[in-house]
Design a protein around this ligand. Structure first.
Ligand code: GCW
Length: 660
């Protein structure tokens, strides 16, 4: 049944009958060389996938015969632990890797070739991931609610553990299929309960499932856990000071306990001294001191400590805050500590400049945090395919090193400063909804994040094409229509919500879905009767532009040079200011909202033309999402246009209802 559950792992019968008979002749059984659990997973997946795709039982056998798909490991320095090769020989296919995980990734890649109906006669493929840490961050709570989740409750039924659900295996398969190798399963606004001894055997059971698919389990840790978890004992710990001996011993014991149960435990992710969370600053210590205390204790077990840099104070401009706190700490974090920084300096708005901490921390291991769940980009109602945005972020040249580099991608793949503990974290959109992501097209963001973590050089076009073919098959018209919609959806969302880089127009303390521009005056804009925007220049404003390399200071700091899409982020601008297009700023705002809305209507119509080409269940489900999307886009358009008309009292010279 086509309810979205299979995501991109749909192993339906190969549609092209010619190809099907060639595949059937070529692939008749699977052979696993080795007995590692991850290799057995690879074998099982190959058997399952081939059986579905070929419409006949493809068994796992001990002996290699004609038509074997052989998966195994063999020493190969060039591939690293996670790379693989897939080679077609005359009578068999060989999937080889230096490590088990590589072999598993190769098995999935091989199946994807068949799903995409590729001719496999000369298959000879080698690949390896670019970044070492390819990580999901779940913001899942103990009561199974998900912070900023729009796809139901948590997949993880904490209170049932160590009882295991079948879906955990499918979850692990989904991750492995796109090369995710680490997952943090609970919210960064962390309950200390996750570390309670009684919970750990259950988490160990879950870690076991993940382990056999090459994924390491991590926990978000509450920095005040020693206080919370010793409360009520005969001599409770009453501080969480990282330099306090009892606090250190408590963490040591806790970490020892975790590793006894979960030998491959990944480590802790910590949100400290941010939005009310406890942390080392409560005791006059720095973020680095706080992080290192945990990192040192994890190091003995090959564990890592990821420390978030997302700190701000209040809702006044916080663009500079993180940089001011973290940049002076560069070089102080220990070797297995990693600083995780959101892509932009604010908070996952539809458009932000790249956080100047990228390029600002050359002596610190860094991860980038991207948000796959669409907190500020339409939840599960607005289609907003984020890969084009992530591409622009990863491709950003910081100009802080030699030439124009390093780029953000260089930094998070370890190329920039020759580092290993670097990578990409995605705040994920998965929940227990049948389709996993709340609306079916949202799965493209999950897939796209992982593919970019694997290889940031892939283009948005390549990634979305792959996802469409895996999800909807090879129908050309479906492919081209859907691709055109998806690749325009991010800029479309931007155009009817927040053009010119203003950002943050939802109520800050709310759900971050509906427009509420009056509530973010000062946070993201200073709107008056004369103009709008935010002066963040070094010359006359907050000084934010001064945090970049000179190259960018000159561009962002100047009204003439600043790119349109960031204009109102960097500058306060009169409504009558003319953009490069010749239009006034206010006219651009009006037109952008009207045009963006029209494009959503076009998306809805274009999808309608695919009726009959996509199975009825998924067709109707996605059509319903577009119906809701149109309504919400209209609401954004009308609210924002009315807001700026109210201040400026300038009528539109273009089309749309504002033309009086
Ligand atoms: O702005 C905020 C989100 C919070 C989130 C926080 C963070 C997990 O609205 O829901 O908390 O960012 O990233 O820590």
């Amino acid at each position: 049944n086509e309810d979205g559950y299979d995501l991109w792992l749909r192993y339906r019968l190969v549609a092209d009958s010619n190809l099907l008979s060639r595949y059937r002749a070529a692939f008749t059984h699977v052979v696993v060389q080795g007995n590692h659990a991850v290799l057995r997973s690879a074998g099982a997946e190959l058997a399952r996938g081939l059986s579905g795709l070929l419409g006949r039982s493809i068994p796992v056998r001990d002996q290699i015969g004609r038509g074997a798909v052989v998966v195994g490991t063999k020493a190969n320095d060039a591939l690293g632990a996670e790379g693989f090769t897939i080679k077609r020989r005359t009578d068999r296919v060989e999937i080889t890797a230096a490590g088990e995980r590589g072999a598993l990734y190769g098995a999935f890649r091989f199946l994807q070739q068949l799903q995409r109906q590729r001719p496999l006669d000369h298959l000879d493929l080698t690949d390896r991931p670019a970044s070492p840490l390819r990580m999901l961050n779940h913001w899942d709570n103990l009561n199974r609610s998900i912070e900023r989740g729009y796809a139901g409750k948590s997949i993880f039924v904490w209170d049932e553990l160590p009882g295991l659900r079948e879906r955990y295996v499918d979850y692990a398969r989904v991750l492995a299929s796109v090369g995710i190798n680490h997952t943090v399963i609970n919210n960064v606004n962390a309950s200390a309960e996750f570390l309670r001894s009684e919970r750990l055997p259950g988490l160990a059971a879950l870690a076991g499932v993940l382990r056999s698919w090459g994924v390491r389990l991590w926990l978000s840790a509450n920095y005040a856990a020693p206080i919370t978890l010793t409360a009520g004992q005969s001599s409770p710990i009453t501080v969480a000071d990282p330099l306090d001996a009892r606090v250190q011993q408590w963490w040591q014991d806790k970490i020892d306990e975790i590793y006894r149960l979960i030998p491959d435990f990944g480590g802790f992710l910590v949100k400290a001294n941010s939005e009310g969370q406890p942390g080392p600053l409560d005791y006059g210590r720095t973020h680095a001191e706080g992080a290192n205390m945990l990192a040192d204790r994890l190091a003995a077990y090959d564990g890592k400590l990821v420390w978030r840099s997302f700190v701000h104070e209040g809702f006044d401009d916080w663009a500079e805050y993180q940089y001011r706190v973290f940049q002076p700490l560069d070089g102080q974090f220990h070797a297995n500590a990693v600083v995780q920084t959101k892509n932009g300096p604010i908070d996952f708005q539809v458009r932000e400049p790249v956080n100047p901490l990228f390029g600002g921390l050359p002596q610190t291991n860094q991860m980038i945090e991207l948000q796959v769940t669409q907190e500020y980009t339409g939840h599960s109602t607005h289609l907003c395919y984020l890969v084009p945005e992530w591409k622009s972020i990863l491709g950003f040249q910081t100009h802080t090193g030699t030439g124009s580099g390093p780029s953000v991608a260089d930094i998070v793949t370890g190329v920039a400063y020759d580092q290993e503990n670097v990578g990409l974290a995605g705040v994920v959109n998965l929940g227990d909804d049948r389709d996993w992501t709340g609306y079916q097209l949202g799965a493209a963001n999950t897939h796209g994040f992982a593919r970019l973590a694997w290889n940031p050089k892939l283009s948005a076009d390549e990634i979305v094409t792959e996802w469409i073919e895996l999800t909807f098959g090879g129908d050309r018209q479906v492919g081209s229509v859907l691709k055109a919609i998806m690749l325009r959806s991010w800029e479309t969302y931007e155009s009817y919500t927040s053009p010119l880089g203003m950002g943050y127009l939802t109520y800050p303390l709310g759900s971050h879905f509906a427009p509420a521009p009056t509530t973010t005056q000062n946070l993201s804009h200073h709107t008056t009767a004369e103009g709008t925007g935010f002066d963040r220049t070094a010359a006359t404003g907050s000084g934010f532009t001064g945090l970049y390399a000179e190259h960018w200071q000159n561009i962002y700091g100047s009204l003439e040079n600043c790119p349109d899409e960031l204009l109102l982020f960097m500058h306060w601008v009169p409504y009558t200011h003319r953009l490069r297009s010749g239009k006034t700023m206010i006219q651009h705002i009006y037109d952008s909202h009207f045009d963006g809305y029209e494009r959503v209507v076009e998306f809805r119509r274009a999808w309608g033309r695919l009726a009959g080409r996509v199975d009825q269940a998924r067709y109707a489900d996605i059509a319903a999402t577009f119906d809701a999307h149109v309504i919400e886009a209209e609401r954004w358009r009308d609210t924002i246009v009315a807001y700026f008309y109210g201040f400026s009292r300038i009528v539109s010279s273009g089309t749309g209802w504002l033309q009086l």
